[in-house]
Write a protein that binds this ligand. Structure first.
Ligand SMILES: *Cc1c(COP(=O)(O)O)cnc(C)c1O
Length: 385
């Protein structure tokens, strides 16, 4: 089976991990700050707080913005469940802003209309979490502008988007948001096995992220309620978690970061080959804003089902039986049973539901070979024609 995504591990990556295994620190050693500096330096953010996974990073980000009971957080329905769950962890409630039918990212027009209505109802969200689906940057100028106008904070779920840029600035530089989160899961662009990072330019938010990552504990006398009792002293000044990453993982990430540009470039080569080969087939190819550079985490097509004359499921299953590990990113989050039980119903975000009826993710990763890609294209043509 050709997977839809997979990691790309080099001998240098392996050597970097082995070096840590032979060193003094398996965790909380020197590789973690070096990795944080490498990611923050690459995107142009002031602070990076690496942690166990991007779900933890999203949770830490909500905690750092003081999301709690009575607060409302909005995200896109076409995302992984973690983008919404992070608000529920904090006791807040969640709602969804429909996607744009062309970009498939959070629609600025839908966001504006929903903010106007929420202001009239006195139910403005505290935080909105746009998601850069497939690595294609959201319209952050519009979303950031609306957030400022309504006094709403912004966390970018950039799990798909390390290596992307938008209007000349790297996704992750927090130009349009308070916090940006990346994931280092193996299917994403750069991997640490499991891992994530939260980036910010605000020193206060950075210190809150650090507390959330490690039990709410500080060793910095400036953050303590009282005087240190001695060199052993630390204080728990809030309630945090153990969301730390290990040095083993950070060393892998640091080594992978050296190939980030190469990974994204290889994804572009593959995506351009799909773009050319799929032209004219009864499907929509993924949108790419000419003012942005996508990180191309995913290559999603939308089927023109009336022209194909088969069901979405039939096309999907035929591709799977041909040995192609197609996938579907994503089921609208609010249609999950857990969210339905919170009161969400079909019809809440019609564009997202239509997307779900038509979308299929084709294999795309940096090490995807030309032969395998040609096989995918040939099979897709056979199934659709
Ligand atoms: C993968 C992903 C996450 C969660 O990342 P983990 O590192 O696996 O916790 C969050 N949001 C989106 C959009 C993702 O794709």
């Amino acid at each position: 089976m050709i997977p839809y995504g997979r990691q790309d591990i080099s001998d240098d990556d392996i050597a970097a991990v082995v070096d840590v295994l032979r060193s003094d620190f398996l965790t909380q050693g020197p590789a973690i700050p070096r990795f944080e500096e490498a990611v923050a330096g690459y995107v142009g953010a002031r602070f990076g707080v690496a942690c166990s996974n991007a779900t933890a990073a999203l949770h830490m980000a909500c905690m750092a913005l003081d999301v709690g009971p009575g607060d409302i957080v909005w995200t896109s329905p076409i995302t992984f469940v973690a983008s919404a769950n992070c608000a529920l962890y904090c006791g807040a409630s969640v709602d969804f802003v429909d996607i744009d039918p062309v970009t498939w990212n959070m629609s600025p027009a839908a966001l504006e209309a929903k903010l106007e209505q929420a202001q009239r109802d006195g139910r403005l969200p505290k935080v909105i979490i746009p998601v850069h689906l497939m690595g294609e940057p959201c319209d952050m100028e519009a979303i950031g502008g609306l957030a400022r106008r309504y006094g709403v904070r912004v966390i970018e779920d950039a799990a798909h988007a390390i290596g992307a840029s938008y209007r000349g600035s790297k996704v992750g530089d927090c130009r349009y948001s308070d916090i940006v989160v990346f994931s280092f899961h193996p299917v994403k662009i750069v991997t640490t096995g499991e891992g994530g990072i939260a980036l910010t330019n605000d020193p206060e938010i950075s210190s809150r992220l650090n507390l959330a990552r490690s039990h709410g504990i500080t060793r910095d006398p400036a953050q303590m309620a009282g005087e240190p009792h001695g060199p052993w002293y630390y204080e728990q000044v809030g309630l945090g978690f153990n969301y730390r990453i290990t040095d083993i993982q950070a060393a892998l990430g640091l080594s992978q970061m050296q190939r980030l540009e190469e990974f994204v470039e290889q994804r572009h080569v593959r995506a351009s080959a799909y773009d050319a080969a799929l032209d004219g087939l009864p499907l929509t190819r993924p949108y790419r804003n000419p003012e942005s550079r996508s990180a191309l985490h995913l290559y999603v097509i939308r089927l023109d089902l009336p022209r194909i004359g088969k069901s979405h499921r039939a096309v999907f299953e035929e591709l799977r039986s041909a040995g192609i590990g197609v996938n579907l990113h994503y089921i609208p989050v609010y249609l999950q049973p857990y969210y339905r039980a919170l009161g969400f119903r079909e019809g809440h975000c019609p564009e997202a539901e239509q997307y779900y009826d038509e979308a299929i993710s084709l294999p795309l990763f940096s090490a995807l070979g030309d032969d395998d890609q040609q096989f995918v294209i040939r099979k897709l043509r056979e199934v659709l024609e």
